[in-house]
Every structure is written in C-alpha cells, then in structure tokens.
Design a protein around this ligand. Structure first.
Ligand SMILES: Cc1cc2nc3c(=O)[nH]c(=O)nc-3n(C[C@H](O)[C@H](O)[C@H](O)COP(=O)(O)OP(=O)(O)OC[C@H]3O[C@@H](n4cnc5c(N)ncnc54)[C@H](O)[C@@H]3O)c2cc1C
Length: 433
C-alpha cells in the first residue's frame, strides 16, 4: 500500500539530509529515502568539508560534528614525474572556531547530518532504493521503491541521488552532459597513526593539511590530492573519463605513481592501506547542469552537477548542503502557497541564484575546461618545475641567468608559444576574475 508524505527526498547524502532537515523543521512530513543500510554507507570523497554553509543551518556545528582534523595548512602542488613545486599556506586562525575546513569520514559526517533531519521529524527509510518516478503526465507525485510496501506518494520529490541521478534522467532533465564532464575519483586511505602524521606534515593537536596536486596523472586530464585525517592519510587521483579510456592505464597505476613520487612517498612510507574506494564526480559545472525544476520535482547536489571542480578547489559537500537546504525551503513554500508546479517551485532557483551555489558556478563556468586542457595538464607543470629548477640551481662558477632569459629558454625547451601562453593567461584571468 502506498504511503503519503508532504515531501520525499531521495538520497541521504549531504544534499538530501539538508533538504529533509529544512522540511522537517517546519513540521511538514518528509521521507528521506536511502539505498544504503545507513546514511553515508555508500559515500566517499577526498576528505575536506568546508563548513561555512552550516553556520546558518546548525549553529556552532563544530562543537558536535564528527570531525577528524581542522585544516590549517592548504597547498597546491605542481608536479612532473621527478619534480614538485608547492604553494604551501598555513593559517593558525583556521585552527579555531568557526574554522575554515575540516577533514571528516563520510559515513560519520553523513550519518550525523541525517540524524539532525530525523531529530527534526524526518522519516528515514534506509536500505530502500527509489526505482522510478510516479507521474501523472509531466507532474511527478512520488517514487516507486524496492520495499515490499512499494510506492511513496508526495506532491514534491527532491532528487538528491548523487551523480548519475536516475531520477533526473528519467524525468528528462539532463540535456548537455558529455563523458568529458565526468571524472573517476580513486582514493586510498592509508593508516599511519597520529604521531607520524603530525611529524611528517608538521601538524599539532587537531591541525590538518590539504594538498591539491596538478601534473600527477600521467597525461590523463585530472589531478590529485593528499588530505590528513586523525590517524590516516587520504591519497587520491581524479581522472577524466575519456582520457582514462583512451590510455592503456588503470587508475591504481596512476595512484601508485603518485604514491611513489619523491614529494609524496616519504609522507606515507610504512603506512597500511586500510580502504580503497572510487566514485564518479560531475565536474562540468554550468556546462552540464540539468534543468533544476520540473512539475513536482527539484534536483540538488551532485544529481544537479553542482560539485565545483576548479583546480585549486574541489568542493561538493558544501554545494550539496546549500542546494539541498534551499530545495527543502522551496518545497515548503510551494506547499504553503498550494502550487507545486515548476512555477511554484521557482523559489529553489531564486535561493541558489542568490547564494554561492549558482553564483560560484556562473563565475567559474569556464574553469573546468581550462584546467583540463592539454597545456594546463602537462606543458605548464613541466615549464613551472623547470623554471623553479633553474632558479634554485646554483650554477657558479658560471654566472647566474636573469629571470627573463630563464623564462625565454624555458619557452623554447617546452615548445610553448608566447601567443598560447598569452591566450591562456587571458583565459585564466577571465575565468577566475
Ligand atoms: C574522489 C572524490 C573526492 C572528492 N573530494 C571532495 C572534497 O574533498 N570536498 C568536497 O566538498 N567534495 C568532494 N567531493 C565531492 C562530494 O563528494 C560530492 O559533491 C558530494 O558528496 C555530493 O553530495 P550529494 O548529497 O549530492 O550526493 P552523494 O553524496 O553522492 O549522496 C547521494 C546519496 O543518494 C543515495 N542514492 C543514490 N541513488 C539512490 C536511489 N535510487 N534510492 C535511494 N538512495 C539513493 C546514495 O546512496 C547516497 O547516499 C569529492 C568526490 C569524489 C568522488
């Protein structure tokens, strides 16, 4: 027999739990449907949560969230197989409330956020897969599930079912996505113990480090990362799907090469791999974003391709929470006004247009293409590392070269044309301005 709610949220990741929390807080009935045995059980990511979005949703969240370390050190590393240049930034202020970023394990973090929704009154249905949409013409009024009691009915459905959202696809909301918009993220979690991590990464107490890496994927467009948890270190790569498919390389070989690099190997030496995980990431941003609203349904988080992947930033959890909470609020508003058509649910778009969620995606819309380009992936890392080598190599008794002649020599050596560099600098300036 079908069960009815005011709102059904599919997926208890950060987007879904935030949506269910927003609805439940108003006293409306909401089902939070999760295919895993508990929220977060199916979920993986690199490891850093940027919590500013939580300030307005769960005040003083840092006093109760299941956090591993507070990120006080952030770096961007540019690599060739034998060299590395690192921009390494520390801020003591990030180690005190309200903090900037934190490492956390997803099974713990997702379960914690879902608990908030449940405490507010949401009905959490785990081990339950939404298998399809219930439709009356173009209007969606519920979902079919694999539960024995079958269908769940509601005037509003919020799809928070992650990348490859079958619900968004079934509703015909994806129009522009291409294989190049997706990467495969592969991660090893390596146990080292707190003291070793503190010593090797120069950390104290609950301080943590977060490094994004370019030039570490053997020519496959993508990047890498190293994040510290309390007792473990996460090392991973993200690889663009067509690039991965066209090379005769397995992801574990790429991650193996990263782990063997002289800039990484000493950090993880002697560690034991305790987990190996992989997940697809929607990295195309605005260029792949689906329709966000249809009659009776909204799409949030990774299901709506809202992960921001822009080289120095890989942020998805905060975008998921921001969009999910906005969708929950919009659902309640539409129910109150008695109009759950696409027009009635427009409050969702209004909210994310006026927040960082769409503002950042609009601003950095061209960045994913720029970052994944061939020159950015291979030629610039090589040129930057060579230049650093020229600068730091002591040549005397031969006199030192000036920076200008070093740069000119490097352009020649790397085969980069000045016109290409100028074009890319202009594109970079426009993309990041
Ligand atoms: C390798 C990697 C590194 C990353 N690093 C970071 C990082 O450091 N920081 C960051 O902020 N982001 C990072 N991200 C991105 C981040 O993980 C996502 O953007 C974020 O998880 C999106 O949240 P979501 O709730 O939209 O989707 P998800 O977290 O994917 O949650 C979707 C939920 O829906 C459930 N579900 C799916 N289909 C159904 C169904 N039919 N019925 C019921 N339930 C269903 C799933 O089990 C899951 O619980 C990374 C991602 C990867 C893969």
């Amino acid at each position: 027999m079908a069960t009815s709610f005011d709102v059904i949220v599919v997926g208890a990741g950060p987007a879904g739990s935030a949506a269910a929390l927003a609805v439940a807080r108003t006293g409306r009935s909401v089902a939070l449907v999760e295919r895993g045995p508990f929220p977060g059980s199916k979920n993986m990511y690199g490891g850093v949560i940027y919590g500013r979005i939580l300030d307005g949703i769960i005040p003083n969240w840092w006093e109760q969230a299941p956090i591993q370390r507070w990120v006080t050190r952030r770096g961007t590393m540019i690599m060739t197989p034998t060299q590395a240049v690192t921009v390494d930034f520390r801020d003591e202020g990030w180690g005190v409330a309200p903090y900037n970023g934190a490492t956390a394990y997803r099974p713990e973090f997702d379960a914690w956020l879902a608990d908030h929704a449940v405490e507010a009154g949401a009905t959490l249905l785990c081990s339950t897969t939404a298998t399809g949409l219930l439709k009356d013409g173009s209007r969606i009024f519920g979902v079919r599930t694999d539960r024995p009691d079958g269908e769940l009915l509601a005037p509003v459905v919020i799809a928070a079912d992650g990348v490859n959202s079958f619900l968004a696809k079934e509703a015909g909301m994806y129009h522009h996505s291409e294989p190049k918009h997706y990467t495969l993220g592969v991660k090893e979690t390596i146990h080292l113990g707190k003291q070793t991590i503190d010593e090797r990464f120069g950390l104290r107490g609950r301080e943590g480090a977060d490094f994004e890496i370019m030039g570490c994927t053997g020519g496959i467009p993508g990047g890498g990362f190293v994040y510290t948890n309390l007792e473990t270190v996460a090392v991973g790569v993200v690889l663009q799907l067509p690039g991965l498919a066209s090379q005769d390389k397995r992801p574990e070989e790429v991650i193996g090469a990263l782990k063997a690099h002289s800039a990484i190997a000493p950090l993880i030496e002697g560690g034991e791999v305790v987990e190996y995980s992989a997940h697809v990431i929607p990295e195309g941003g605005m260029h792949m974003m689906p329709d966000l609203i249809t009659d009776g349904m909204m799409i949030t988080g990774d299901a709506a391709a809202m992960c921001l992947a822009a080289g120095i930033w890989l942020e998805g959890v905060n975008f998921a929470i921001g969009s999910g909470y906005a969708a929950g609020q919009a659902a309640v508003e539409a129910l109150r006004l008695g109009d759950v058509s696409a027009a009635g649910l427009e409050g969702y778009r209004r909210r994310i247009e006026s927040s960082f969620v769409l503002a950042d995606h609009r601003k950095f819309a061209e960045v994913p293409d720029l970052i994944m380009g061939e020159r950015m992936q291979t030629k610039y890392p090589q040129a930057i590392c060579n230049l650093a080598s020229d600068i730091f190599t002591v040549t005397n008794p031969v006199p030192k070269k000036g920076f200008q002649s070093m740069a000119r020599a490097e352009l020649k050596r790397s085969g980069l044309k000045l016109s290409e560099v100028g074009k890319d600098m202009w594109a970079g300036f426009r993309s990041f301005r």
